[in-house]
Design a protein around this ligand. Structure first.
Ligand code: PMP
Length: 407
């Protein structure tokens, strides 16, 4: 086989379909967020406003987090020195796990190198080792859950997005004696809609299923202490296994699950993606714990974040831009075509010094391509006014106005 020809042919097809991923190279500057320096290929760098960061609360540059990270590096160095089992468990790791268990009001927690790995490892391990396990997965679940479910080899049943009736139909048709897991998210990252967590858990439990909830886009941002939508909805105890990330609202990197002592010990003891990899650097764990403590005890951050999102949605709608319905801080603006979506993103960057990455298939279904805006507490009214007028200009230039309004 001509491997090179195969690879370049495949990449050419992605380009033709407008799906070839081009990374914007950014230099984050402490104290400047949401401004950052954008490095253009072959051109001079320029300062831009970032409107698509998942550092949702700007904790990635918060002095409390940076201080914790710097002092941990000073005291303990860079890498962890091994897997958790072989010399890589550190006091910062165990302290972080205790912090996470307390946040979610669970017996125990377990950290992984990313949220992706947490989902993949946990679902793969449970699906493979629970005898005859069936995994019930929301149709919009993230790639990391899908990967874990597929790799487990367990029977996979997909229920229509947030559709309790469909889930019940599937559960009712199954053998009552088989182990089951219902896996879903709280805030869906591309549409910004929210699952009815309590109702899904009640239904799952009626059919003897465990509940597995990904709160990656909610931890830090919802609930009195930032434990997520399950806390906001007062259903923390109905979620058997909660999964989250340290990389978004907490501004660092890493993922975790929190659950009963036996469940966590089971994954700790049997999950390949936990066992056979070097643990997170101690300084990352120290920074994440500091971030969680800060975010938990500063509810005004959440209030400001929600206010910024509501204001942005109102301003976009008032300007006639096709902002999609969203119940959360995620603000998608519909374009509906991959090429136009890329052009809109390029125009925002080239003409207006605004960075918003286009969201295309397979991240969202074809025909629903969009710009996904993520306001943070540090986006000001001025940033918003400038963004709205830039979007109006782009919509007019690309002839998107009528197209979008007709949708
Ligand atoms: N779950 C969801 C819903 C996500 O959107 C993502 C990544 N954006 C992940 C899990 C993976 O989290 P991480 O970035 O920490 O790997």
């Amino acid at each position: 086989m001509n491997y090179e020809a195969f690879f370049t042919g495949h990449l050419d097809r992605l380009r033709d379909e407008g799906r070839y991923r081009v990374f914007a190279e950014l230099e984050r500057i402490v104290g400047a967020f949401p401004r950052a320096r954008f490095h253009r290929e072959g051109g001079p760098a320029k300062d831009v406003t970032v409107w698509c960061s998942n550092d949702y609360l700007a904790m990635g540059q918060h002095p409390v987090v940076l201080d914790a990270m710097q002092s941990a590096i000073g005291a303990q160095g860079s890498g962890a020195g091994g897997t958790r089992n072989i010399s890589g468990t550190n006091t910062f790791h165990t302290a972080l796990e205790q912090e996470l268990a307390a946040l979610h009001r669970k017996d125990a927690a377990l950290i992984f190198t990313s949220g992706y790995v947490a989902n993949e490892t946990t679902l793969q391990t449970l699906g493979a080792l629970l005898p005859g396990c069936e995994l019930y997965s929301d149709a919009f679940n993230h790639a990391s859950m899908i990967a874990g479910i597929r790799h487990s080899g367990a029977v996979r049943k997909i229920f229509r997005h947030n559709d309790l009736h469909h889930l019940e139909e599937l559960l009712a048709a199954a053998d009552p004696s088989t182990p089951k897991i219902v896996a879903f998210e709280s805030v869906y990252s591309m549409d910004g809609d929210v699952a009815p967590i309590g109702d899904i858990c009640d239904l799952a439990h009626r059919y003897g299923a465990l509940t597995y909830l990904d709160e990656v886009h909610a931890v830090g941002m919802y609930g009195d202490r930032g434990a997520g939508v399950a806390e906001r909805d007062d259903v923390l105890d109905k979620v058997d296994i909660v999964q989250g990330t340290l990389a978004k609202a907490f501004g660092v990197v890493g993922g975790y699950i929190a659950s009963s002592a036996a469940t966590v010990d089971f994954i700790r003891s049997c999950g390949s993606g936990f066992i056979f990899t070097t643990s997170l650097p101690p300084a990352i764990a120290a920074a994440a714990a500091a971030s969680i403590r800060y975010v938990s005890s500063h509810p005004e951050l959440r209030v400001r974040h929600q206010e910024r999102a509501a204001t942005l949605k109102r301003r976009l709608a008032a300007a006639g831009l096709p902002v999609m319905p969203s119940a959360t801080h995620i603000v998608p603006v519909s374009v509906g075509d991959a090429t136009l979506c890329k052009q809109a993103s390029d125009l925002l960057m080239d003409r207006h010094d605004i960075y918003v990455q286009p969201i295309n298939y397979p991240t969202v279904p074809r025909g629903t391509e969009r710009l996904r805006l993520t306001p943070t507490p540090l986006h000001t009214d001025e940033h918003m006014a400038y963004l709205v007028s830039a979007l109006q200009d782009v919509w007019q230039t690309l002839g998107l106005g009528r197209r979008a309004a007709a949708e």
